[in-house]
Ligand binder design. Sequence first.
Ligand code: ADP
Ligand code: MG
Length: 254
Amino acid sequence: MIIPAAQVDGLDKEFGTTRVLDRINLTIPAGQVTCLIGPSGSGKSTLLRCIAMLEEPSAGIISVGGRPLGFSLENGKRVKLPTAHNREVRGQIGMVFQQFNLWPHMTALGNVAEALKTVRRMPKAQANEIAGQKLDEVGLAHRRDYYPAQLSGGQQQRVAIARALALEPKLMLFDEPTSSLDPELTGEVLNVMRKLAEQGMSMIVVSHEIGFVASVASKVVFLDHGRVVLDGTPQEVFAKPRHPRLAQFLDTYL
Ligand code: ADP
Ligand code: MG
């Protein structure tokens, strides 16, 4: 049996009395791209944040690479897992946000090397070498000594991707990585993601770039009001006649 990159079983998330995710069941295949689409407020970010342990699920179990994260099920009861275990499993996930969140006082190279030095406790020379390689992979070797303010939005986002890749994740999460970019800069970021997909990285991508979704995803999940409404190949999900809620959603983005 091939172990999925991630598995979500019966995930609920409530904020106070509001249920934002409602019984989510999902398999994220390894080595493929799963795209998450849905209207604003449908729970896409919350789902990614639960997988990245930035939010604590109200119910359900999440596994990454076949290992439970946060909680496990023991004799039918949900129990919290030890911090050391969670840190290790969480360490296999890289995340890229809409906002790049780079350190303004560090160069591109410094931004990518930082976590290698602090989280991985790598010597400076080795961290810088790996950071240089990762910047090269996203096409920014020539910008390594530039500060974020000297880079375009697309370049900053590529630095953020290099920073996540430096920690050698097994699963990459992207939450609307091109939404804060000018249209002419989205292509360079999508191309880096496309290359990563071709290299066999397991990815979950929240994106409204429907052309990218249709061409790169092996699986598309349509969320609405915290529920999985559609889950299938792009051909299946975008097949006509379209699901009425999907048609309504696509009307606002196409
Ligand atoms: P999406 O990413 O699909 O736009 P989100 O996951 O950001 O949706 O949000 C889903 C719902 O959860 C929204 O109604 C949002 O207002 C609510 N929500 C998200 N985060 C919080 C929070 N920390 N506290 C309360 N409500 C939240
Ligand atoms: Mg969101």
